[in-house]
Ligand binder design. Structure first.
Ligand SMILES: CC(C)(COP(=O)(O)OP(=O)(O)OC[C@H]1O[C@@H](n2cnc3c(N)ncnc32)[C@H](O)[C@@H]1OP(=O)(O)O)[C@@H](O)C(=O)NCCC(=O)NCCS
Length: 172
């Protein structure tokens, strides 16, 4: 279990200052991680992670499994319809929005989840599929379908997503 419980649960709090909904979603997600990774008796662990998942899914319509590895400072804007497979890895300071799926290209392809680096910004209505790597500070434009790696510090968009330009200071 992470050492400092409140620091763990609130690790995304400041990043979501502009969005109370993002704060609620990330706190519930971090609580679920805390419970899932704890040494509580299994029935208690399962009941707690399930209850938190039900709240996240039914109230916010967000699927962020507790097994997901996510660096600190995750920002969630809107969130409704956000689905992330539990094998996806997200670096620190990423931005996720609504109506977005990040997961496997094939149902049973268990080594096939995307990896997002630090400070990656994902627009709304994005699909990122398969064992692709999205480099640090890349921006994925709204409505994109990403099936190839994305270089760090670049902006991509479209279906399939293509390079649009380099990321500029102040882009978010
Ligand atoms: C990708 C993005 C960051 C680019 O921003 P930008 O650089 O200001 O984009 P511009 O409007 O100057 O367009 C630059 C080029 O990229 C293209 N482009 C922009 N966004 C695109 C997208 N999402 N998908 C595909 N192409 C896109 C434009 O058509 C334009 O192409 P052209 O040079 O051939 O005319 C932005 O359009 C975007 O999608 N942001 C996501 C934000 C979001 O999801 N907000 C949701 C709020 S609820």
């Amino acid at each position: 279990m992470p050492g400092d419980v409140s620091a763990w649960v609130l690790q995304d709090w400041a990043a979501n200052a502009a969005t109370p909904k993002g704060r609620a979603i990330t706190v519930l997600f971090r609580l679920a991680q805390l419970a899932g990774r704890s040494e509580l008796p299994r029935p208690v662990r399962v009941a707690t992670t399930t209850a938190l998942r039900v709240v996240l899914e039914l109230v916010f319509r967000v699927e962020l499994p507790w097994r997901l590895e996510v660096g600190p400072g995750l920002r969630v804007f809107h969130g409704t319809g956000l689905v992330v497979h539990e094998q996806v890895r997200l670096g620190a300071g990423c931005v996720l929005r609504h109506a977005t799926s990040i997961g496997l290209a094939h149902t049973d392809d268990l080594d096939g989840a995307p990896t997002l680096g630090d400070e990656v910004v994902v627009g709304t209505q994005v699909v990122i599929l398969g064992p692709v790597t999205i480099g640090d500070r890349a921006i994925v434009g709204a409505g994109s379908v990403v099936v190839d790696d994305v270089a760090p510090d670049t902006v991509v968009g479209g279906n399939p997503a293509r390079y649009l330009r380099d990321r500029r200071p102040g882009d978010s």
